[in-house]
Design a protein around this ligand. Structure first.
Ligand SMILES: NC(=O)c1ccc[n+]([C@@H]2O[C@H](COP(=O)([O-])OP(=O)(O)OC[C@H]3O[C@@H](n4cnc5c(N)ncnc54)[C@H](OP(=O)(O)O)[C@@H]3O)[C@@H](O)[C@H]2O)c1
Length: 435
């Protein structure tokens, strides 16, 4: 299948997957089983260019100019806003665009979409046109050297966040892009790298037998990772670990599922959780699953990352950004019902059958984004595979943020209402009929 996907455009890959799903639900099971990979088998991918060798130059100075990747994305926009508000640094933003002007507009549009644009702070945003998937970030040798000399630290949030594409399709951006970021950080002196990873580097799907994941746990946990996205993030984090071992000061931040802004409800509508809610609402059914979701509002994640990154003691550490109180799927469904969307609770198999039934008329987008869930084979039943969610120990984060005003907002019915109001106002969801 990987061979079949190679050479297709993203749109063609998407159409092929949707078509496959519609025709034969078993095919996607096989596809996803095929791409579930044991981390031991990914080790060979985690090879950092031997030329990336940090030459230690003492304690890094307080940054005056930082590079941020992924600033047009969901988390990246909030990190950019936090950096603008809580530091005095200029923020160079790597952005895919035809030219600097277009890059600047793209950054502004992203911040405006989340209600974060602040005209007074905007002069400190410096668009840098580039591409993570290209050698030297697509900057060319001269600009790459120049940028390496200009910046004092890197925040690496950019990634292709796609739960359907296979490893090889995501590798150029997520793995090789991280290598280029590490190259930049070691090219002219040594610059700290703040790497946004994910709790998905641990085996969360299926029964790994591990009950608690700790910040200092070895990435070589022996488990399997279920999709190309988590596999690439695992390899990328491994590269960051290798760079750390060579002497680069790095911080790794691992968020759980990032949800909307707890203050305004603004949420990335391309996000998996958002689309899952849309799918439930569209079908009028939700699967009965006795499990939990660990959701963390984006304003908490971005504030925590920026605050942690500004402490010298953070360098070299890993930080889990998970909610201390995960939400049960049953509660989530109940909150959505209270808002006014009636949801019949059905078995996982019935729900899955509805999802892939063309007569139900779900738009391709919703179906496509739910593909990873379909990998739970009908024979095995979804519940058996989801199992009990492990706990995420956040000791480093909790200790470092104690005494600050930063704490994780409660995820409850009130917050969900806030999110749903925003999703309706933006036209992502139809208005509820029942409330
Ligand atoms: N969302 C979550 O629930 C979650 C959870 C845990 C960890 N994370 C991590 O958090 C980070 C941000 O995630 P997100 O949800 O904010 O993702 P997102 O909204 O999809 O944003 C991704 C960003 O990366 C940029 N990007 C993608 N490919 C690129 C390339 N080839 N060159 C340059 N830039 C590129 C995108 O730019 P364009 O605008 O040009 O596409 C965008 O700015 C990722 O590293 C992700 O792994 C996310």
């Amino acid at each position: 299948m990987n061979d079949r996907l190679a050479g297709l455009s993203p749109q063609e890959k998407r159409a092929l997957l949707v078509q496959t799903l519609r025709r034969k639900s078993g095919a996607i099971d096989k596809l996803l089983d095929h791409i579930a990979v044991k981390v031991d088998d990914l080790e060979a991918e985690a090879v950092l260019d031997p030329e990336i060798q940090p030459a230690f130059n003492g304690t890094p100075p307080r940054p005056e100019r930082v590079l941020l990747t992924g600033a047009t994305g969901f988390l990246g926009s909030f990190v950019l806003s936090e950096l603008l508000r809580h530091t005095r640094t200029d923020i160079y933003c790597l952005v895919r665009a035809a030219n600097t002007e277009e890059g600047g507009k793209k950054l502004r549009k992203a911040l405006e979409a989340y209600g974060l644009w602040d005209e007074e702070l905007s002069s400190r945003i410096v668009p840098v046109v580039g591409d993570l998937s290209e050698p030297l970030l697509g900057l060319g040798p001269e600009r790459f050297e120049e940028l390496a000399g200009e910046i004092d630290a890197v925040y690496h949030s950019g990634a292709s966040v796609n739960w359907v594409y296979p490893y090889n399709a995501l590798k150029p951006t997520n793995v090789l892009g991280t290598q280029e970021v590490l190259r930049l950080a070691t090219r002219d002196g040594v610059k700290p790298v703040h790497f946004i990873s994910t709790l998905g580097v641990f085996p969360l799907v299926g029964r790994s037998g591990i009950e608690v994941f700790r910040e200092n746990d070895d990435l070589t946990h022996g488990g399997s990772l279920y999709n190309g996205y988590t596999q690439t993030k695992w390899v990328a984090e491994k590269l960051v670990e290798i760079a750390r071992a060579r002497g680069l000061p790095v911080c790794v931040y691992r968020p759980s599922l990032i949800t909307g802004d707890s203050r305004t409800g603004a949420w990335n509508q391309d996000d998996f959780t958002c689309k899952m809610i849309k799918t439930w609402v569209g079908l009028g059914t939700a699967p009965k699953l006795d499990t939990e979701l660990n959701m963390v509002p984006v304003d908490y994640v971005s504030r925590a990352i920026v605050r942690l990154s500004l402490r010298d003691e953070s360098l070299g550490k890993r930080f889990h950004l998970a909610h201390p109180h995960p939400v049960s799927v049953n509660d989530l469904v109940a909150w959505i019902e209270t808002f006014g969307y009636p949801l019949e609770r059905v078995t996982y198999d019935k729900w899955r059958a509805d999802l892939i039934n063309p007569a139900k008329g779900l738009r391709q987008d919703a179906l496509y984004s739910m593909a990873p869930l379909l990998s739970m084979s009908a024979a095995a039943d979804g519940q058996a595979l989801v199992g009990k969610m492990p706990e995420f120990d956040c000791r480093n984060t909790t200790e470092a943020l104690s005494g600050t005003e930063i704490s994780c907002p409660q995820v409850d019915g009130e917050l969900m209402e806030n999110y749903l109001v925003h999703l309706v106002r933006s036209g992502f969801l139809d208005s509820p009929t029942g409330g």
